[in-house]
Write a protein that binds this ligand. Sequence first.
Ligand code: 3HC
Length: 694
Amino acid sequence: MIDQSRDGDILILTINNPPVNAFSPGVPEGLHAGLDVAEQDQSVSAVVIIGGGRTFIAGADIKTFDLPREQAPDLRGFITRLDAFPKPTVAAIHGTALGGGLEVALACTYRVALSGAQLGLPEVKLGIFPGAGGTQRLPRVVGAQKGLEMMLSGSPIGAAEGAQLGLIDELIEGKTEADLRAAAVAFARAHAATRPLPRVSERGVEGASPELFAAARAGLGKTHRGQMSPGMIVDLTEVAATRPFEEGWNAEAGLFLQAKDSPQSRGLRHIFFAERESARVPGIGKDTPLTEIRSAGVIGAGTMGGGIAMNFLNAGIPVTIVETAQDALDRGVATIRRNYENTAKKGRLSMDDVEARMALLTPTLNMNDLAQADIIIEAVFENMDVKKDIFTRLDGIAKPGAILASNTSTLDVNEIASVTSRPESVIGLHFFSPANVMKLLEIVRAEKTSASVLATSMALARKIKKVGVVVGVCDGFVGNRMVHRYGDEARKLVEEGANPQDVDGAMHALGLAMGPFEMSDMAGLDIGYSIRQHQAKVRGEPQPDGWLDRIVAQGRKGQKTQAGIYDYPDGRKPVPSAEMSDLIATYRSEKGLQSRTISPQEITERLAYSLVNEGAKILEEGIAQRAGDIDVIYIYGYGFPAYRGGPMQYADEMGLSNVAAALEKYGQTPAPLLKQLADEGKTFGAWDKEKGRG
Ligand code: 3HC
């Protein structure tokens, strides 16, 4: 795993642990063996540590986190030795030096890097903190403020910035590992005789003050609400600034296991792997032919269509956007421009970039202008007849091989495909609003969708920086089907006596930014209302008369009318509404409903477990391939807190037998798969693994 080679008096240790040179079992052993040689061999004057292949060490091996301590690779032990090593050591960085990788580099005497390298301590994203000296060494190099910023955001910085901050001693022009190796050897030789050896652990922390730490703590409620490890990062950085290195180093070790063994860390690690796993789809492989997407068409310039178009424009893919009327088209284009200009005002885009993106957009009223598009995404009103009409026309217009996608959020993609002569080219691409912001893309595989169209759609998702998850056809697919059950349960809770704010409050406590009623108010209550009315009409039933229907009938449609389930006196912030309390109370008494006090625990369980129960049905039916896929959908599309790992992982943490028992207690029937796993004492995670999908 570790190659030793010599360039004159320099010993080079190359880590070969593809794909990302994680600090796995075997790596410390090999590195120690290298240091043994360097220590004993008088002809070695300095050591270079470099990653083979595409990167330096990308961190501790996350797969080993659940191993017993004696089997886990001893990163801290290696770093202790490195810090005290009597000869100069040089970390030669390309690709990424992340987490434990940057911690190794910080314990070396010097760090050199290719200019394209990225340096970061992303542990917070895994519910932990840098546990091998990172909280103590990084602030000693970059200062307290920058250290906090890097560790709390988890975002890497480029090597050039690293050089400015003193994190990188020499920036190396060049592209390849070989360029880096040669320059690192030269650097090591030039510094071989330097004594005393500069050690990061012997430095002080600049820019620390009680005010800085107080402000950092105060900000956590906003940036990391409900999370444990960010507070530990601030505490440990303060220790770094105020106590001797040794004390901080020990404090870090003391807290690390607490963070690593927490449900929050398990949840975040689950999502790390689930997201990568979701890219694996049976029948799709490296040999599946892909179509290159050089141009796109979007039908509909409303909120969804405009947002979808922006994704392509951002990726440099020209878009032809179609509307039926000039004023709607102009409005849509103006909204796209305004969105970009707002981003430019915030300094995140230059005005040249705005113009470059707008130049890629061709507005038209003529659908025939889509004839050359490689992919066409329909984003019009959610109505089967309208969609069928569009796909019939597209069938006559689109070039052979073009992907014909519908952005439907509920409708049957098989039925849409059936009106074309090329159902193999038809797929559902369900974007989430706002489509230029939300990371999730549900990729709906219809019965006849070809492997190539599916694989191209998955590759496209990556290109436009979305997390694409493949799902099957059913009403609402995965996300909306589950959210319907959750919405039903929320409505019932209010009928039984809960206030809307209690229901939303329980979801805040679970870590969601918005509860079900705040979400409904934001989306617009009239959408669900007209769907319910339409369904009743189709079924020949009387018009629905739930308390939510009564709200809409009063003209309270949500945020957009400044009144819905809540009042919105300032346009955005929900305020409990006395009018609504009266309406709900009247509703309960008219319907003869007994009101009772409902505990936050009951609200949380009923809402969260309604998602889980529907998720279990979705798994049984094969609509989602894995429980992990459902979790990824809920994190990226519905604001479920990543540190809970998604609803299915949350259920695993709660224990499936407890979940099944709670459902029964609340009068719901656990889905057969949930019941079976609960009876067998298993988890959804184990089920994924058993099926070879996790
Ligand atoms: N441990 C184990 N496996 C890892 C890993 C790690 N630290 N980092 C990446 N991998 C695996 C991925 O699971 C994936 O496996 P797969 O091919 O079987 O799905 C493979 O390496 C490639 O990863 P990506 O698909 O993510 O490849 P990219 O090129 O897109 O990204 C990366 C590479 C930027 C390194 C990205 O993988 C990443 O951000 N990794 C996590 C880095 C990290 O969090 N490091 C800190 C670890 S915790 C730590 O160090 C604790 C210490 O402080 C004590």
